[in-house]
Design a protein around this ligand. Structure first.
Ligand code: CMC
Length: 434
């Protein structure tokens, strides 16, 4: 474990047997108990469904202090990156560990831009989907299919091929996402324009049509870029862990990212921004907010306030604060400051933040609470929200996958279990079964 040191031990006492387990300290955050030899030494496994107390790997990419509401990439706070950097720079930082110089940034941007187009035959692939297919279903399928088109970057043992695959994934994701959208609305696909920035290009491919000139608003392009920055990585969340687990078996990077997209789709993870909008629509008016707050607090009601709570943040999600600011800028630019949905969201936020239940359980608005409102205002249908999350998170997945592949101690991920099924019993032939 590079960047960490052993610092102390913990004793495990079982009757007269004493087992000493090393404590390992990273740069920041809680120490971990190294239990890799636990089974060999004691014959026991640990039990931790949902990995609430388990560090699945060591990583130097992203640090979160959920109690303090801190998120940093490679040591830089997310608020600073969102205010002073851009998505290409953040991609470079996540992948390579340092902020780029001007020359490095120019070269990296050019390298990514070079890969924005899709193999023409891959474009035919879209036509196999039903028009009403959810764009996330298309994303899982098309991204998985990339491995059938780019054989020259699937040798995971070759660092150069790993880099090309990483660049391809970051570059092609906006093209695939925009095409998934165009397909669902029956409009022609728009090819990338490499004179535009990453965010501008995505807006262009999504919203322009061949019949008209599409003018990209700098405010909206900046907001889009910031949304990408805010979603770029979030350490070992469910989809990233899925990418790592898939990659641990030696699967190719396109297949691993498709697995990450599938995991992100769920409403408890990336699907939450879509669920926030659905929930706001269901609530409908400010007057009905107390009724839904009551439902969220009722233990017998499965309803939860979407966009509230987080497995790691037990404080305000720092991304949500930036997102709230961006939300105002976008609504201002579009002249829809009095958007009823936003008023409703604000009222929901105000009541929830004052409510004893939410205070006690440390349930704060998360990044998805505001992103849904911004994306809706920008003209994206709700079914595209998680797609945008996937697009932005691709760099994080790819950076984490590369880090794992470069780790000499990397092993296939293989959790254990606590078996609660039947003990051994004799087989009963069919004729004798009742
Ligand atoms: N509304 C009402 N009650 C809630 C909510 C909520 N949104 N979230 C958690 N709780 C309650 C939950 O019922 C539980 O109560 P009790 O202790 O009485 O059983 C307590 O708070 C702890 O919840 P938990 O489910 O044990 O917490 P978790 O860390 O497993 O879940 C979560 C985190 C994000 C899945 C959950 O807060 C949730 O379902 N939130 C709504 C969905 C959402 O917004 N998800 C986006 C997450 S951020 C984006 C991302 O990183 O992917």
């Amino acid at each position: 474990m590079s960047g960490s040191k052993t610092n102390g031990t913990v004793q495990l006492n079982e009757g007269s047997t004493n087992t000493e387990l090393p404590m390992v300290e990273g740069t920041l955050g809680p120490k971990v108990i190294d239990i890799r030899k636990l089974y060999a030494q004691t014959g026991h496994f640990t039990y931790d469904p949902g990995f609430t107390s388990t560090a699945s790997c060591d990583s130097a990419i992203t640090y979160i202090d959920g109690d303090e509401g801190i998120l940093m990439h490679r040591g830089y706070k997310i608020e600073e990156l969102a205010a002073q950097s851009d998505f290409m720079e953040v991609c470079y930082l996540l992948l390579k560990g340092e902020l780029p110089t001007s020359e490095e940034k120019a070269k990296f941007t050019k390298d990514i831009t070079y890969h924005t187009m899709l193999h023409e035959q891959l474009i035919q692939f879209f036509r196999g989907f039903r028009r009403d297919a959810h764009p996330m279903a298309i994303m899982v399928g098309v991204v998985g299919a990339l491995s059938a088109f780019y054989h020259d970057s699937t040798d995971i043992a070759d660092p150069h091929q790993r880099m090309i695959a990483s660049y391809r994934l970051i570059a092609k994701m906006p093209t695939i996402a925009a095409m998934a959208y165009k397909y669902s609305v029956g409009q022609p696909f728009i090819y990338p324009n490499n004179e535009l920035s990453y965010a501008e290009n995505f807006l262009h491919m999504t919203f322009s049509v061949p019949a008209e000139t599409y003018k990209i608003s700098p405010t909206l392009a900046r907001a889009m870029d910031r949304i990408f920055i805010l979603h770029a990585d979030h350490e070992q969340n469910a989809s990233t862990s899925t990418v790592r687990l898939a990659g641990s078996s030696g699967a190719n990077p396109f297949a691993c990212i498709a697995a990450g997209i599938a995991c992100l789709w769920g409403p408890a993870h990336g699907g939450a921004n879509e669920a926030v909008l659905t929930m706001l629509e269901e609530i409908g008016s400010v007057e009905r907010v107390p009724e839904f707050i009551k439902k969220a607090k009722d233990k017998n009601d499965p309803f939860r306030l979407m966009g509230f709570g987080h497995r790691v943040y037990k404080n305000y999600d720092p991304r949500a604060k930036v997102m709230q600011q961006t939300c105002y800028e976008v609504l201002d630019e579009l002249g829809i400051k009095d958007e009823p949905m936003l008023k409703l969201a604000m009222e929901l936020e105000r009541i929830a933040l004052e409510d004893e239940y939410f205070i006690e359980k440390k349930l704060f608005p998360n990044v998805d609470f505001y992103s849904g409102i911004i994306l809706k205002a920008m003209g994206f249908p709700t079914s595209m929200f998680t797609v945008l999350f996937a697009l932005a998170r691709t760099v994080g997945w790819v950076a984490q996958w590369n880090e794992m592949m470069e780790d000499p101690g990397q092993k296939i991920g293989r959790p254990r279990q606590l078996y609660t099924g039947k003990a051994q019993r004799p087989f009963v032939p069919l004729v004798k079964r009742k």
